[in-house]
Design a protein around this ligand. Structure first.
Ligand SMILES: Cc1ncc(COP(=O)(O)O)c(C=O)c1O
Length: 393
């Protein structure tokens, strides 16, 4: 396909950094939409001119409105998505809905994979002190999650299964449907971390029948740091009572009642303290563009460009730490070429923006705004760098 035929490239002009760099890092921080300048300027104007009235006029309902905008990307029903600062906090809100103490319930086992993002692991490991029995399923190959062993570990004692939809290290797509089905069969709940899928892999949260889903907007959704989302299936949302709570979750926040909380309906029910307004404002332009482009079209292009990256890595004999089957592969290709960490530093110095992760290598993550020529050029730059490196063998 030539760039002339690539309709998605018309969005390039909306992302200033693409004029200056080869931006292959949307798995980490998506490019900033130009409209964020205006969004943050408008935020400052509202604060400067409307002052405290801004809460009533715009800010109080902002998390609900933007949660709904995000919800359309994952086919979430209205008012089922609350916004938070990061995924770790989303996990904590879910954890706070349950009791791990064995006296009350025999169901206190947490099953997760060692391919989860570390922050999520650290959070769940720390819940042992409250009675959680944590069971970690280990990867065999450093790329995939052994679905059979994961399913076997989910049993009648299992309370929660926090797993990544797409693995940050290898871009492997977990079999979320099988995990959710097994969890439901034994009465457990799944918290699907969709950080590395939403925006590049289509996600229909209702079709998956996920109990909870969370992720941030700063990667494939081009929404910047500071905003994460938590989806709670509506039937659960009506009855769960998070004890990580606060006045935004109260049925009548402005009554300033004393004593225990009376919970509002979702999504406010899953919020706690004052919303992070500037980052929510900054997230909006990215969400709008992703909605407009459509994740199906992004996925189609991503499959083509990630296949090309693998083909090029193979041609040079470099190790690929990402599934070769496009149906099992998200938007990133992790390539462990010789001296990969040093190569990633050199790439950054030459304005080819990538990152490097242990047990992964250099992560290349083209998004809808990248040209095929940029994919070729990123790899050609690696070849140049390797030629210039002193031979270490
Ligand atoms: C799958 C996944 N989950 C979670 C995170 C980050 O968690 P948090 O939002 O708590 O920083 C990342 C990367 O930043 C990730 O790739």
């Amino acid at each position: 396909m030539t760039n002339m035929q690539d309709d998605l490239l018309r969005y390039r002009s909306q992302f200033p950094i693409l004029e200056r760099t080869n931006y292959m890092i949307s798995n980490s921080l998506g490019a900033m939409p130009r409209a964020v300048y205006d969004a943050l300027h408008a935020y400052a104007d509202v604060w400067a001119t409307r002052g405290v009235r801004a809460w009533e006029e715009r800010w109080w309902m902002l998390a609900l409105e933007v949660g709904n905008e995000l919800g359309t990307i994952i086919n979430a029903p209205k008012n089922s998505v609350s916004l938070h600062q990061n995924v770790t906090t989303c996990q904590a809100v879910v954890a706070s809905c349950f009791d791990f103490t064995a006296q009350k319930s025999k169901r206190n086992k947490i099953v997760y994979s060692d391919m989860n993002f570390p922050s999520v692991m650290y959070f769940w490991e720390a819940q042992r002190q409250y009675g959680a029995q944590v069971h970690m399923v280990k990867t065999d190959d450093g790329i995939t999650v052994p679905t059979g062993r994961l399913l076997d570990a989910i049993d009648e004692q299992t309370l929660l299964v926090p797993i990544s939809h797409v693995i940050f290290r290898s871009s492997y797509i977990n079999d979320a449907r099988a995990v959710i089905e097994k969890a439901h069969k034994v009465g457990a709940h799944v918290i699907l971390d969709t950080f590395q899928s939403v925006g590049t892999v289509p996600v229909d949260i209702q079709a998956l029948d996920a109990d909870f889903a969370c992720g941030g907007v700063l990667k494939w959704l081009c929404g910047g740091p500071g905003t994460a989302y938590l989806y709670v299936r509506p039937d659960l949302g009506k009855k769960l009572k998070p004890n990580l709570t606060g006045w935004f979750a109260h049925e009548n926040s402005f009554a300033f009642e004393t004593g225990p909380i009376r919970y509002a309906d979702p999504p406010f029910r899953f919020m706690n303290g004052t919303s992070h307004i500037p980052s929510i404002e900054a997230a909006r332009p990215g969400l709008k563009i992703i909605q407009e482009v459509g994740v199906e079209r992004i996925r189609e292009k991503s499959k083509r460009q990630t296949a090309r990256l693998i083909e090029l890595a193979d041609q040079h004999g470099w190790r690929v730490n990402t599934p070769r089957d496009p149906e099992q592969r998200g938007g990133t290709v992790s390539i462990d070429m010789p001296e990969s960490q040093q190569v990633s530093r050199e790439l950054l110095a030459r304005d080819v923006l990538v990152d490097w992760r242990p047990k992964a290598g250099v992560r290349f993550s083209p998004h809808f705004y990248n040209t095929d020529a940029e994919v070729e050029s990123a790899i050609a730059t690696v070849v140049e760098i390797l030629k210039a490196l002193p031979v270490t063998a």
